[in-house]
Design a protein around this ligand. Structure first.
Ligand code: SF4
Length: 183
């Protein structure tokens, strides 16, 4: 069973990678540019800038800065002034990028076909896998609820965020929260 599950996860990872390549080809992006776009897309509500992207991708700031400049010149990323620091900018997807990246991917469509119970079971199981990978150091940067100082719960049925002061439903658990503080 363990091997079957790992094999299925690997197959799904391949689908996700293929989808990313399709989007990258459509937008004529290099693999690094595609990863940067993916990161910005995943943090649309947060302030993602060059420093954070360099940290997440474990690459130098000049390397990221050059790729970001190209993406801005292609009209795929927009620079917005950081309201908390006048010397910095954060990045947003342009409407053109959003149109290409946000068309329902095969994975989105497949997941949406599950019933709520299956979704919750799958999500919780995957959070456990991610948590294990994170504590083993296989995944380098993780800001998930279960490693957060503000998390209070049993990682199964009870989940509470002490910062937000509210109970979290399974679907509210975060795997990349901007308010995360390592416990
Ligand atoms: S601050 Fe974010 S990561 Fe931490 S427990 Fe609350 S929702 Fe989860």
């Amino acid at each position: 069973m363990d091997r079957h599950l790992a094999a299925v996860l690997e197959r799904i990872g391949e689908v996700a990678r293929a989808e990313r390549w399709r989007e990258a080809a459509e937008l004529e992006l290099t693999p690094l540019q595609a990863r940067i776009m993916g990161l910005v897309a995943a943090h649309e509500e947060g302030a993602v800038g060059v420093v954070r992207i360099a940290t997440e991708l474990q690459l130098s700031r000049p390397t990221i800065s050059d790729s970001v400049a190209l993406l801005v010149s292609k009209g795929l990323l927009l620079r917005r002034p950081d309201p908390h620091d006048g010397r910095r900018h954060f990045l947003k997807l342009s409407a053109k990028a959003r149109r290409t990246l946000h068309v329902g991917s095969p994975l989105d469509v497949a997941v949406s076909g599950l019933n709520d119970r299956s979704k919750e079971g799958l999500f919780l199981g995957l959070m456990h896998v991610l948590h294990r990978l994170s504590t083993e150091g296989t995944v380098q940067v993780q800001r998930m609820c279960w490693t957060c100082v503000h998390y209070n719960g049993d990682r199964e049925r009870k989940h509470r965020c002490l910062l937000l002061q509210k109970a979290l439903a399974i679907g509210d658990l975060r795997s990349d929260c901007s308010e995360h503080e390592l416990a």
